[in-house]
Design a protein around this ligand. Sequence first.
Ligand code: PLP
Length: 381
Amino acid sequence: MTYDEMNECLDALRKNNNLRTIPAVRHEGRFVIADGRKMLNLSSNDYLGLASDRSLKEEFADSISCADCRFGSTSSRLLTGNYEVMNECENLLARMYGTESALVFDSGYHANSGILPAISGPSTLILADKLVHASIIDGLQLSRGKVMRFRHNDFQHAESLIERYAESFNDVIIVTESIFSMDGDVTDLKRLVAIKNKYREADVKLYVDEAHAFGVRGRRGLGVCEEQGVTGDVDFIVGTFGKAVNSVGAFVACNETAATYLVNKARTLIFTTALPPVCWQWTLFVLRRMADFGERRNRLKELWPRFKSIDGHVASHIIPVIVGSSENAVRKAFELRQNGFYVLPVRPPSVPEGTSRLRISLTAGIEDEEMYRLITLLKEV
Ligand SMILES: *Cc1c(COP(=O)(O)O)cnc(C)c1O
């Protein structure tokens, strides 16, 4: 790209209301302050409201000593970057899921872009939902497998692809999310498990990204897999720590063969510096309390159905308010901010052309009165 080409590209984005910038915000508990206005933050992924929980932070701070704290891991875990707390985290995750192993990555982006290329070879057929997250798409692009996409949550389509093509491949991986980032709809994982069992001879594995469900769904917060009772049937359960857990990193729960294989083959694990031990300590601290956050999960469960009066399809704490053009989305998000709600427009390429939207993500800390005002306002804008 020449600089002229870059400028042309930016001009086109500007013209279509699709130019992105990094918003300047200050944080104050559940609120953000931008352009001199204090607004309720409805754009974070802090679903359980842990980010503004002062007593939790203090309890954590009291549990660690500065002398023993490490703010950098110094290298990849395969060199000298491995610490006890990392093994503790992974052992706990494996115990929580009842899987043989769990392996932590530096982020969900690292996990998806590293695991998928590692577990697929030239004789692998990968079937991915049309709306999977960018980190999965990048993983698919790095993969040597044959990638096909099925229409969003259309498992009949996925099945027809297996029937038609699986014969020519050694194995099949079905890749999806449990709660979709931009639509908030929940995947029928039981149905996928049934497909896996139906096509045994095709050697079908399931890969489910629970980024938006980990910590939020299921009695113990393990996600939609727990909620639908399929934890033991999904080969790769990916969860992230950057959202409900209010930390950083991601994990995959899988069997021991897969975990050992990934330690040897996942380039985003091998060739990157491990997260600082202090981050793992915080993650472990939160994970140990995961089962106790039931009240917060219940609060979310109480909040999101109220949006059914705006859109009957709402199925989780991620509420898409689809408005069509990017221009509309920008304008309506602006109006909401004017009224004290920090909402941002989501535009192409994050979502398909013509489906620009406001994406409202609820957190357990939202109060009834705030919710009432927001819903009233949404009906007006
Ligand atoms: C946020 C997200 C990721 C990326 O996770 P990070 O830890 O933020 O890199 C991956 N998959 C999905 C579905 C996500 O929503």
